[in-house]
Design a protein around this ligand. Sequence first.
Ligand SMILES: Cc1ncc(COP(=O)(O)O)c(C=O)c1O
Length: 388
Amino acid sequence: MFKEKMDLRLPGPVQVPKEIQMAMEKSFDHPMMDYRNPVFQEVLQETITKAKAIFQTKNIVIPLTSSGASALEAAIINTVGPKDTIILCVIGYFGEYLQGITDHIGCKVVRVEAEWGEIVDPEAVRRALKENPEAKAVFATHCETSTSAINNIKDIAAIVQETEALFLVDAVSSIVGTPLYMDEWGIDIVATGGQKALMQPPGLALITISDKAWSVIEKLQCPSFYFDLKLYKKDLESGVGTPYTPNIALVCGLLEACNMIERSGGIESEYKRHAALRDMTRAGVRALGLELLVNDSAASPTLTAVKLENADQFRKLMREEFHIALGGGLGKVKNKILRLGHMGYTDAADMLKMFAAMELGLLKTGHKVELGSGVAGAQRQWLDNPNC
Ligand SMILES: Cc1ncc(COP(=O)(O)O)c(C=O)c1O
């Protein structure tokens, strides 16, 4: 009956708040906003200025009309070339993604790895840099969305900063939900997408770049026309806008997301809210008697991976019976885990509803579960920390 009804408890895309939908619709008030006109240029400049708070940076924030992967690719092709050495921190599917990009370019890749569900030891990055002093860059995924583990970006950044290499970070599923202090920690490039904790429909990527990285980028001939970041910097700084047609509606949506974050108490309060959602989710999962993939010390505030055999059958039931979409496993953990998304437009009541439905779904798929146990576990945790 309810064909359109679906609660997205996914690791992205997430539900888009009404405020953001309205801001996007407003951009269609005119027959179509001329993106070179002063009205839009003002919106664009305000958006990229406010977006600095999201990255905790003073650097210019560049919007790209494409998904998150494009910002990862832009980070790499603007800083390293064929045959250059790059160190990749690989802890899951999205770490492999980075290798997909670097293989495409023909870089020499040095991998620093950890088992899926675990994180990279920063000292292993130090060793890799010592053994490969010619390395031009180190690239790490902040939140590995395939496992819900958070790499120790602060400590890795401190190690990379001691060298000439640049430190690039994939913050697609961590930005806003997880503390990340670009300038303070000394990260050179942060790349992200809009459809996660930024609560946008898909199609907008953001990238921001340190002075150290700009000095490398400025000396290199970027092999891509569209993703040549030098052009974006020049046009944005001179007030021309973006070099190519921007997605006007998504820029308006992003501005509203920045305003919403400001109104809610700022980025620090978003970190606290997401941490509370994580703790509530983990308490609920434990109370259900299910096993978490990641230890508390590395658990993401934006999503939670839970071990479950035949997870895809369970997800299908959750979609069809309860109109709740849960994330599934990627790559080698396909059908073996659930990924419960709690980023962006999510509150405590969303999680309680999810746990209540999960209890029924688990019973229907042959698991032993006490009705009310998951909900009660999450509720008890909320009483301890009602920050969400
Ligand atoms: C950590 C991470 N990196 C990269 C991507 C790719 O982003 P997109 O699908 O927006 O291109 C994702 C998408 O889920 C992600 O979670």
